[in-house]
Design a protein around this ligand. Structure first.
Ligand code: ADP
Ligand code: MG
Length: 464
């Protein structure tokens, strides 16, 4: 979670503006994907450009790109994220070999330092694959989806529209879909809060704030992703607040996403929170089984059409994947891609036991969750100190998070009850049992508790 280094003057600079060493990443691809897939596909990918939170990778053909995207993208992203935490997107560029070597020379000339020319313009790009047509409706996202569409029909009726929900539930997809729907008739700006900060700092350094202000304030639709990122960053909040106000004044539509509701944004000025909640706030929840199955079927259909091939997954297998993937849709798609790749490589129709094996591998890889990590994430989430959470104090604001952490330790690690007790300042295992029972019961009865638990689980998985 702490991707950011504090620097002087209350300005924050991302730690990860360093350059990636592509050879190292290639080595890790080889290990993860195995020789066969590596030699036929991944070896041919080159690094074209590196930005703070996304990369442009070069591939030889359109077909090659589509193949990689549908099969390996999640895994590639996950791998590269191991080298660059701030990464959240990868784009592909088709370059023939001659051009490719030129690009390489360019990068080498720059001594592999990222040069971002016209970077704001470069960044303001919408992904054509994340649109309303392929966003599947379900109970958990129904309201968010319908208001996202309404915003496109009636600009500034719901202003700002604030979409909140845990990781991997479709926020960026919806934001992107809104941008696509509006881009022809409007001046759409789509940017993540992190990227906004990046430009803000660059502009300060270059003494170019006038341009920065102009650039952002001229949009008629301003879409900003992951606003929780501004937490604790005072000067950024200040700038955001002014941008926000001036856009609202001129009647621009603002759409915002966040992993939590405005009221729950920590270390964000009250006046901003109140501005953020002044329009319409809609939630996206965790998907139910029905939505997960629908998404799987839709994805299969897309791959079948795109590659003119038949993907044979039985309903039983689809249900299995849907019910085993608990946390979010990004993970669901990752698992599905794995299953399809496996069935292709081994050229067989998969049964449940094959799937179990594949899923065990996937989950073992991504879920190395320790009690320590759970304690850290839970205390951070509730904004209490770790020592308070582990202390003997019994006030509810400390006791509940403590119980939640114990509950998650039991659920997400293989530690025994006494082991967990010991890690919570030497408590007895009966205390852990009590915590597990209490939280399970509350999670059943209380929506707020259920949501907290889901979000914490997502955070834990996201941090891998
Ligand atoms: P978030 O921004 O909330 O973390 P994303 O928008 O990045 O989540 O979604 C994660 C992945 O799941 C993306 O590939 C997205 O296209 C897909 N996805 C999420 N919700 C849906 C949906 N309802 N229908 C189809 N795909 C979805
Ligand atoms: Mg997102």
């Amino acid at each position: 979670m702490d991707k950011i280094n504090t620097k002087k003057n209350n300005i924050y600079v991302s730690e990860e503006e360093k350059t990636l060493v592509w050879d190292d990443i290639q080595t890790s691809f080889k290990k993860t994907f195995g020789n066969e897939i590596y030699n036929s596909w991944l070896q041919k990918i080159s690094l074209v450009k590196e930005y703070n939170d996304y990369l442009i990778l070069g591939v030889p053909t359109r077909f090659f790109r589509d193949w990689i995207v549908s099969r390996y993208l999640d895994k590639i992203l996950e791998q590269v994220k191991g080298f660059k935490l701030s990464l959240n997107r990868i784009e592909f560029k088709i370059i023939d070999e001659v051009k490719q070597s030129q690009e390489f020379i360019k990068i080498n000339e720059l001594n592999k330092v990222t040069e971002i020319k016209d970077s704001i313009l470069n960044y303001n790009r919408l992904n054509p694959n994340l649109n309303f047509e392929n966003f599947i409706q379900g109970k958990s996202n129904d309201i968010a989806l319908s208001y996202s569409k309404k915003v496109c029909e009636h600009i500034s009726r719901y202003n700002p529209l604030y979409i909140c929900g845990g990781v991997g539930l479709g926020k960026t997809h919806l934001l992107n879909a809104i941008g696509l729907a509006l881009q022809n008739e409007n001046n759409v700006m789509f940017i993540s809060a992190e990227r906004f900060m990046y430009h803000f700092i660059k502009s300060i350094k270059k003494n170019d704030m006038v341009n920065f202000k102009d650039f952002f304030r001229k949009s008629s639709v301003f879409i900003i992703d992951d606003i929780q990122f501004i937490s604790g960053k005072e000067s950024l909040q200040e700038e955001f607040f002014h941008t926000f106000n001036s856009l609202m004044d001129k009647g621009s539509q603002i759409i915002i996403s966040s992993d939590r509701s405005p009221a729950k944004l920590d270390k964000v000025q009250d006046r901003i929170k109140s501005r953020l909640s002044g329009g319409l706030v809609v939630d996206i929840d965790s998907p139910d089984l029905e939505l997960k199955s629908k998404i799987i079927k839709k994805k299969i259909e897309e791959i079948e059409i795109q590659f003119k091939e038949n993907i044979n997954l039985s309903d039983e297998v689809i249900n299995f994947i849907a019910s085993e993937t608990k946390t979010n849709i990004r993970e669901l798609i990752g698992v599905l891609n794995r299953v399809i790749a496996f069935s292709r490589v081994h050229n067989k129709i998969l049964n449940i036991s094959d799937c179990k094996n594949i899923l065990r591998d996937v989950f073992n890889q991504i879920r190395v969750i320790t009690v320590d990590k759970i304690q850290n994430v839970v205390s951070n989430y509730f904004n209490i100190s770790l020592s308070d959470m582990l202390s003997q104090r019994r006030s509810r604001p400390l006791a509940r998070p403590r119980q939640i952490a114990m509950f998650l330790a039991k659920k997400m690690t293989s530690r025994s009850l006494p082991e967990i007790g010991r890690r919570f300042a030497n408590r007895d295992h009966t205390t852990v049992i009590h915590a597990v029972k209490t939280i399970s019961r509350l999670a059943d009865q209380d929506d707020e508790m259920k949501k907290n638990i889901n979000q914490i689980q997502s955070l834990l998985l996201e941090q891998q």
